[in-house]
Ligand binder design. Structure first.
Ligand code: SIN
Length: 261
């Protein structure tokens, strides 16, 4: 097994067939995951059972609270293109932050990919935290952000009256590395708690622009058979479109997580 660093975050792991991993491989994968936050495995050939088995390295496979899973595997969601106007994940986010215990890791496996477009961008939120101005860091140090599931609820045909919110710290401490990361996602955060609305909107706008700067980003261009695994506790991602009506089909699985602190 070999590792190749890719940029401000992310590494490609080569010389490994994920169907044939032993204990030593798995321990190393877990170590690399904490070190690089996004791991890329090219040219894999995985069925849902194997995806689920791998995901247990990070926790229990989680059933998505809103989207229905594939036949026989409720934990695996199929993400499928429905044309240029279907931009579901074209916004910066960390997965399912509207839950009390959002998933630690996401595994995304490509089944059908377009030749052009469909990249996923990943942004390093440890660096985003480290590079924040002292004043804003101090001001927001113990503040919380309100995350809501209203967007996904409406996408899945649900009633906005059933929407719910949870509060998470704006700066999250990673429970395994001990490092702090910026933890506000444009897709799900509605406001910062305990400051006035106008101030909250201005600060969030600033944080979103800060979090998604080019210098924090690794861009992944998908090939068929790629498995990408990322750490939702310190990474945000953005699914770019740009492939018209060509097909792009992925299997996505998130794992259990813990309460952010
Ligand atoms: C996601 O946002 O979880 C999926 C990303 C993608 O389809 O590239």
């Amino acid at each position: 097994m070999k590792i190749r660093e890719l940029g401000p975050l992310g590494a490609e792991v080569t010389n490994i067939d994920l169907k044939k991993t032993n204990k030593n491989h798995l321990a190393l994968i877990k170590k690399y995951f904490l070190e690089y936050s996004v791991l890329i495995f090219r040219d894999q050939n995985l069925v849902p059972e194997e995806l689920k088995r791998l995901s247990t390295l990070w926790g229990e496979p989680m059933v998505h609270p809103v989207f229905k899973g594939i036949e026989g595997h409720p934990e695996i969601i199929e993400i499928r293109n429905y044309g240029e106007k279907y931009h579901t994940n074209a916004h910066w986010h960390s997965d399912v932050t509207f839950e009390h215990t959002p998933p630690d890791a996401t595994l995304l496996y490509s089944l059908i990919v377009p030749e052009k477009g469909g990249d996923t961008l990943f942004s390093n939120q440890y660096l985003a935290y480290d590079e924040l101005e002292y004043d804003i860091k101090t001001e927001l140090e113990n503040k919380k952000a309100v995350h809501s599931n209203i967007g996904v609820l409406m996408l899945s045909g649900g009633d906005p009256k059933d929407a719910k919110t949870v509060e998470h710290p704006i700066f999250r401490t990673h429970p395994e590395t001990g490092k702090k990361a910026l933890y506000v996602t444009e897709a799900f955060v509605k406001e910062i708690k305990d400051i006035n609305k106008k101030d909250s909107q201005e600060k969030l706008k600033y944080l979103y622009a800060h979090a998604s700067q080019e210098k924090f980003i690794y861009r992944h261009h998908w090939l068929k058979g790629d498995l990408v695994i990322w750490d939702n506790r310190c990474v945000q991602h953005y699914a770019e479109h740009g492939y018209g009506d060509n097909e792009r089909t992925m299997h996505r699985l998130t794992t259990s997580g813990s309460k952010p602190f």
